[in-house]
Write a new protein. Structure first.
Ligand code: 13P
Length: 249
């Protein structure tokens, strides 16, 4: 059985005090045993305080990105070793905003993913197509390629440590989510791709989330799909009540 995983990607939002306010509110509402695994991905500046604030709770910490080198002259970057030091359980890699604004390539995503695994941090690797690619009928091909390159060199023992987030770019921050059925279809394809690379048995155990304009109002549509194992949430994760409603939805 795959445990549902719901992650809050705050993107470039929240100061330390705002982050701590969120965590306080969330802590007062969560049960020790939430059905879904809950992950909070604050900006780098809030990782340490949030890490301290969630100690002893069921909440997990995630970073929004990482560099693939361990240390050295890479001004402005953050290494997997540094994230490990802060008890980061997860780190997002290959978000479409990184791929788009910062020109991150599939090869770099693969390097980051493997560097995280080397440090015992679970990658949440994002894949997804633009509207143009969707309309040109390229979704399947594009997403398959992103998955194949992301997992290049990842041994079969590590595969189930990786979470995949299918985030169609046209659905991010637009209020226009994919339909549950459509997301389920693409996620099924991602699972079959993993099945071909590894085995169906392994693919069956990999968690694959949907992301893109998920809200408390539409989460049920995704939760009832057999292939979808939770959500990666942007805008609607900025409020503790709304994040928790999604996590329980
Ligand atoms: P929104 O939920 O704001 O559409 O963002 C989705 C996302 O990019 C999560 O990583």
């Amino acid at each position: 059985m795959r445990r549902k995983i719901v992650a809050a990607n705050w993107k470039m939002n929240k100061t330390v005090s705002e982050a701590l306010e969120f965590v306080d509110e969330l802590k007062s509402s969560i049960r020790e045993t939430e059905e879904a695994e809950l992950v909070i991905c604050p900006p780098f500046t809030a990782l340490y305080p949030v890490s301290r604030a969630i100690e002893g709770t069921c909440l997990k910490l995630g970073a929004q990105d990482v560099y693939y080198q361990e240390k050295g002259a890479f001004t402005g970057e953050i290494s997997p070793l540094m994230l490990e030091d802060l008890n980061c359980a997860y780190a997002i890699v290959g978000h479409s905003e990184r791929r788009g604004y910062f020109k991150e390539t599939d090869i770099e995503v693969n390097k980051k993913l493997r560097a995280l695994l080397d440090h015992g941090i679970r990658p949440i690797v994002c894949v997804g197509e633009t509207l143009e690619q969707r309309e040109a009928g390229q979704t399947e091909e594009l997403v398959t390629r992103q998955v194949e390159i992301a997992f290049d060199g990842v041994g079969q023992n590590d595969v189930t440590s990786v979470v995949i987030a299918y985030e169609p770019i046209w659905a991010i921050g637009t209020g226009r989510s994919a339909t549950g059925e459509d997301a389920n279809r693409v996620i099924g394809l991602i699972r079959r791709t993993l099945g071909k690379i590894y085995s169906d048995e392994i693919a069956k155990n990999v968690r694959i989330q949907y992301g893109g304009s998920v809200t408390p109002d539409n989460i049920a549509e995704f939760s009832r799909q057999p292939e979808i194992d939770g959500a990666l949430v942007g805008g609607a994760s900025l409020k503790a009540s709304s994040f928790l409603a999604i996590a329980r939805g």
